[in-house]
Design a protein around this ligand. Structure first.
Ligand code: GRF
Length: 207
């Protein structure tokens, strides 16, 4: 049993992040939200962090050009004692410094059953449109570790969500999002109580 120290990276709404914060506050998840980083100064995710009194930072390619962005993200998460990085609707690829330092400790959520419907341009509504276009009867949610490619890291947890007759991309997204919130919390709690063990290589997680 170990309290997870979470650092969030989010670009937009941050509803997954909020679900995790709420679970921590309610004592349903043995974790501490330590810091929130967003590349979008207008993001709801930053506003949520402010409302919750969680340290938050706007770090983007404009505020920190070139490799500085990656270096600053790494500096901030380290400074706040983060041991697990949570991507929650983060629309950018992480840089090599952060990926290397936290390899095996960076999680992402994807609103479909990977390896199907993943990859560079598969995000947001496009995922659900592709699921509907393929005539799938079942879609779902995937939590996976992050590597240097889009949506390809080892899968930690998945759940299925039915596609219902008459679904639109919006109605499907709404149903899937509810399951996302539950699955992220469930997966993190499994990590906290040792039911999911992340195999980090020696020296990989540098705090
Ligand atoms: C979610 O659908 C997640 O699967 C994807 O981006 C969306 C983020 O939603 N990676 P929110 O910002 O957590 O509300």
């Amino acid at each position: 049993m170990a309290t997870l120290h979470l650092g969030f990276l989010a670009s937009h709404g941050g509803s997954n992040m909020q679900a995790i914060i709420d679970a921590c506050k309610a004592g349903r998840l043995d974790a501490k939200p330590c810091v929130v980083v967003s590349n979008n100064s207008e993001s709801m995710a930053l506003q949520r962090a402010k409302n919750e009194g969680i340290p938050h930072y706007h770090i983007s390619a404009v505020t920190h050009p070139g490799p500085l962005e990656d270096e600053e993200i790494l500096r901030v998460v380290r400074r706040h004692g983060v041991d697990t990085v949570i991507l929650a609707g983060y629309m950018k690829m992480l840089g090599p410094a952060t990926l290397r330092a936290y390899r095996g400790r960076i999680l992402n959520i994807h609103p479909a059953l990977l390896p199907k419907f993943g990859g560079k341009d598969m995000y947001g509504k496009r995922v659900h449109e592709a699921v509907l276009a393929a005539g799938e009867k079942v879609t779902g949610v995937t939590i996976h570790l992050v590597d240097e490619h889009y949506d390809t890291g080892p899968i930690l947890n998945q759940c299925q969500v039915p596609v219902l007759p008459g679904d639109t991309a919006d109605s499907l997204a709404e149903r899937v999002l509810k399951h996302e919130h539950a699955l992220y919390v469930e997966t993190l709690q499994k990590m906290a109580d040792g039911r999911i063990v992340l195999e980090t290589q020696e020296g990989d997680v540098a705090l």
